[in-house]
Design a protein. Structure first.
Length: 360
């Protein structure tokens, strides 16, 4: 048997963000820019992973709610079009939670804990041994987030690739165990071979990992992130903080520094980038200050249209609009995710009838 989605007109994408703050430039170059572009060719599902936010912030429900709404505004500001793409609220998409349970049976505990992204997070957030059971569970949940939508592609930043790998493993496992797919099947052939789940591929953005202005991982707590809501003044100030250690404009500079990571990430004209690199390396009368002004202007050119699109969603009325978009998207998403869960249960001999889910 082959499943219906395999023949749908446009291949699917699923990706998302955890609402633990607002989006910054790292999100933009790592993934969101890509998502905006892929909207035409793919049927896109963008997930608000609010359940995951509770894994480390269960004591901050108000913050999670505010951030959930903020992220939708960031998405729209970036050019994600809710008419074409579907916004999914994780906590109102119960098929994800149910699928998490089933997939958890197919992933060895040690495999889940071996995930380098989880390990880094435990370290960075100083969780030690005191994280809740639900924390590593989110890594299994992320497999379910993805597979509930049976996408081909998962556009993510580099740090998320370690989460996509177990998703691919568990998809193969499920297909082999419950759909009778031969374990020697090539990843691209699983659907044809009768599998329910495609083996989804990660797709990394133009810049997989953009460091903060201090060279460390971009994060809210380090105060080193440039946000998509920053004003031109804030952008200038933050770019100004980039430290190169170079003393004078006639001193040959090393273009593998952080400042030039920003040059390459944000100055759109490749000829200008090459020229700056050449002059900087030669110490040809070009100071850090000058390069920083160009970088800040280039960043502002990206962010300015975002400010305009965001203007329609200000204040409480904007929040209300966002909530309506979340509801409408999640209703649509549930149709897809419920279908997947139904097929998965059938494959698992849990075929006790079909349910109808209604979102108020
Ligand atoms: N873990 C991702 C992050 O923190 C968010 C996320 C949750 C996600 N589920 C996903 C990303 C599924 C891609 C696919 O950014």
């Amino acid at each position: 048997m082959t499943y219906s989605h395999a023949t749908s007109a446009r291949p699917r994408i699923l990706t998302g963000d955890t609402p633990t703050g607002q989006l910054h430039l790292g999100h933009w170059v790592g993934s969101v820019e890509n998502r905006v572009k892929l909207q035409d060719k793919y049927e896109c599902y963008f997930l608000l992973a609010n359940m995951h936010a509770y894994t480390t912030r269960a004591d901050k429900p108000d913050e999670i709610r505010a951030s959930t709404i903020q992220i939708v505004k960031d998405w729209i500001a970036c050019g994600i079009d809710p008419e074409r793409s579907t916004i999914v609220l994780q906590t109102e998409c119960p098929a994800i939670a149910e699928l998490t349970w089933f997939l958890a049976m197919l992933l060895p505990f040690n495999r889940v804990m071996r995930n380098p992204t989880l390990k880094t997070e435990i370290e960075d957030k100083g969780l030690g041994e005191n994280y809740p059971f639900g924390f590593p569970m989110y890594a299994v949940g992320q497999c379910a987030d993805i597979l509930a939508f049976r996408p081909e592609l998962v556009p993510v930043g580099e740090d998320q690739v370690a989460h996509i790998e177990p998703c691919r493993e568990v998809a193969r496992r499920f297909n082999q165990l419950y759909c009778g797919v031969d374990p020697h099947t090539e990843d691209g052939d699983y659907l044809q071979a009768g599998g329910l789940f495609p083996i989804p591929k990660a797709e990394i953005g133009r810049v997989g990992r953009l460091p903060g202005v201090d060279g460390k991982k971009m994060s809210k707590s380090l105060n080193n992130a440039i946000y998509l809501t920053d004003t031109p003044k804030q952008i200038k100030k933050k770019v100004g903080q980039i430290f190169t250690g170079r003393q004078a404009m006639d001193e040959p500079g090393d273009t593998s520094n952080l400042l030039f990571d920003y040059v390459r990430a944000f100055i759109p004209d490749p000829d200008r980038v090459a020229e700056l690199e050449r002059k900087y390396a030669a110490g040809d009368d070009i100071g850090d200050g000058h390069v920083k002004v160009e970088v800040a202007d280039a960043i502002d050119a990206i962010v300015a249209p975002m400010r305009e699109r965001r203007a329609d969603f200000e204040g409480d009325a904007g929040d209300e609009k966002v909530i309506e978009l979340i509801k409408a998207g999640t209703r649509k998403a549930n149709e897809v995710a419920e279908e997947t869960l139904y097929e998965a249960k059938k494959a698992m001999r849990l075929d006790y009838g079909r349910r109808v889910l209604e979102l108020g």
